[in-house]
Design a binder for this molecule. Structure first.
Ligand code: AGP
Length: 609
């Protein structure tokens, strides 16, 4: 996520806007910039890299700017670079915009603006906003912004400066957060509360579809159509550390609760108006995609587990072999790769050494490589022939949660897209699947509402010293990820196993004190899973069943505890069934007093082999 800050008042706006940026650094970024009025125009200074580099460019700046907007960029559209850093300006230099979010229709807006003679200086979606405001900017910045907002599809939090209305910052938000800090004779704008906390604890949180006109001694909140809104400020009582986590005790819990939004962000702009998958950001052409005889998926850890769901989904839809490889094993397996192979490389960080090595090996063998990556401009994103980004935003906790969810979303869309291209799905069937994928963010929101039950379960299960996670098919793939979550943050030994395999040995380990989590989201294997639960109960193991609503009567007689999921298509159940497991791992770790965000022995990005 990008970071927006702004100041208007009697003090040095440049210093205060930059200082606020420092308080947003925890969000991760790749470039930074600032805009402020100077000599009747707007001065814009920006740089790739850290805020310190921006500050070095500002050294000796004599301007005493009383107004400024600043920005840290987490790249989504356009690589990290000076030109793509915000603020972005219009052709005349009278408007400067900083933005957090994704403008879905930016390409069509950009083309139309270029046809009307506008010259662009960046690859970003944001720059279209500056040029659109330019076109409306007679003498009133507020009116200009009001006319532009309805043209934007997607998500935005923006702060706008202009030479036309020098004593104002105009802000607006839709699906991306924006707050206004209220000072005495001065006001602040920012993406998040930590930015303003050292200056004020009185904060107005803009709601979706609202905008505001901020001067040094007044804040007018209104609907995008100008209807005034009465919004009382809130008093922030957090300390700075918890404010960075949005009030959550750990980044992990914050990032789990961000999952509905990150799902929506990852799907944004990838579903056409007629409900089919439309990857405007995929440079692989249909004929190329049809030509691949085999698909290979390689990754590490959580990303590999997402890939296992992708393998099952692709094989069922495309009826072609899909190999999956631990990237760390890849080079020892001498996998069969040639020009007819599509190699899908999944990585949140885009820097995992094993995965990067596998990518390079695939390229050496002539495969076409497609990265599914969260960090724009990362090594894997740059070295893969093609890339589809997940839009999970910065994932701070070492244990990956929201990135996994968005990797699944991209894999589902990619599978549907490939099946559409190959005529294996009618448009009607594809639309139905797309609709299911679009409903997942609501399903995840429903699961998050059941958090209290998970907290209670965690207290009950925290003393357990051995966990098995069992499933079949998609449920087995999810079991692997659920087990990893528990292991890496609670330090309890947890093992995922194909449920049908328990009787071939591991059942010998089941005894009182052993907890078995059994996933039963797949109708085709439900009865077998009930049998597995019974065989565990017969050996006095503790059974926690995870299943969609509708099976309570049976499962309450078989399992000790039951997590009921909202109704979900079995194929897409992994996105929903993993969420209570992420929460369970979190709350068990908290019960056990573990560190959680930075578990022992682990790193967020494993850049060594
Ligand atoms: C997952 O919770 C772990 N942090 C780890 O397994 C991680 O998924 C793995 O190291 C791969 O990282 P990447 O997605 O950044 O390549």
């Amino acid at each position: 996520m990008c970071g927006i800050t702004g100041y208007i008042g009697p003090r040095n706006g440049i210093e205060l806007a930059i200082d606020q940026l420092h308080r947003l650094e925890y969000r991760g970024y790749d470039s930074a910039g600032i805009a402020f009025p100077q000599n009747g125009g707007l001065r814009v200074i920006k740089s790739e890299g850290k805020i310190a580099r921006l500050e070095s460019l500002l050294e000796g700046e004599k301007t005493a700017a009383f107004t400024a907007v600043a920005h840290t960029r987490w790249a989504t559209h356009g690589k990290p670079s000076h030109d793509n850093a915000h603020p972005h300006t219009d052709c005349t230099g009278r408007v400067a915009v900083v933005h957090n979010g994704i403008i879905e229709n930016y390409l069509e807006l950009r083309h139309a603006l270029q046809e009307r003679g506008h010259a662009f200086s960046s690859e970003t979606d944001t720059e279209v906003i500056a040029h659109l405001i330019e076109e409306q900017l007679e003498q009133d910045l507020v009116e200009a912004v009001k006319k532009v907002l309805p043209q934007l599809r997607g998500s935005y939090a923006i702060a706008v400066l202009s030479t036309v209305d020098r004593e104002k910052i105009v802000v607006a938000r839709k699906d991306s957060p924006l707050i206004i800090g209220l000072g005495e004779g001065e006001n602040f704008v920012a993406s998040d509360i930590p930015a303003v906390m050292r200056y004020t604890r009185r904060v107005i949180v803009l709601e979706d579809g609202e905008m505001a006109v901020v001067t040094r001694d007044r804040v007018q909140v209104m609907r995008a159509d100008g209807t005034p809104v009465q919004r009382d400020p809130m008093e922030v009582t957090w300390d700075e550390s918890s404010a960075e986590k949005g009030g959550y005790p750990h980044f992990m819990l914050k990032e789990i609760h961000e999952e509905p939004r990150t799902l929506r962000d990852t799907l944004r702009g990838r579903i056409s108006q007629d409900g089919l998958v439309a990857f405007s950001d995929l440079s692989l052409y249909p004929d190329e995609l049809r030509g691949f005889r085999r698909i290979l998926i390689t990754a590490c850890g959580t990303a590999l587990h997402a890939g296992m769901v992708g393998k099952l989904f692709f094989e069922r839809l495309l009826r072609r072999p899909v190999d999956i490889w631990f990237a760390s094993e890849f080079r020892y397996g001498d996998p069969i790769i040639d020009e007819s192979t599509l190699a899908i490389i999944i990585s949140q960080s885009g820097e995992t050494a094993d995965t990067l090595a596998a990518l390079r090996a695939c390229k050496e063998h002539g495969a076409t490589t497609l990265g599914i990556v969260n960090v724009v401009g990362s090594s894997i994103a740059r070295e893969a022939h093609h890339v589809l980004y997940t839009y999970a935003g910065p994932e701070i906790c070492v244990a990956s949660t929201k990135a996994y969810i968005t990797q699944l979303a991209v894999l589902y869309l990619l599978g549907i897209y490939l099946a559409q291209l190959e005529g294996r799905l009618s448009n009607e069937e594809a639309r139905a699947m797309v609709h299911e994928v679009q409903s997942l963010s609501d399903r995840v929101e429903q699961v998050l509402k059941g958090e209290e039950q998970i907290i209670h379960l965690a207290k009950q299960l925290a003393p357990s010293t051995c966990f098995f996670y069992l499933g079949r098919g998609y449920d087995y793939a999810v079991s692997l990820e659920a087990a990893l979550k528990l292991k890496e943050i609670s330090y309890i030994h947890a093992e995922a196993y194909p449920a049908g395999e328990m009787k071939h040995g591991p059942l010998a380990l089941v005894e009182p004190g052993v907890t078995v989590v059994a996933f039963a989201t797949q109708p085709s294997t439900f009865e077998k899973m009930v049998s597995n639960m019974k065989e565990v109960k017969a050996r006095e193991g503790f059974v926690l069943a995870v299943a969609p609503e509708g099976h309570e009567d049976i499962l309450r007689h078989v399992a000790d505890e039951l997590i009921v999921l909202p109704p979900v298509h079995p194929t897409f159940a992994p996105v929903v069934s993993i969420v209570p497991m992420q929460l369970l791992a979190y709350y068990i770790a908290r019960e056990r007093g573990c560190e959680i965000d930075q578990p022992r022995n682990l790193a967020k990005s494993v850049t060594v082999e």
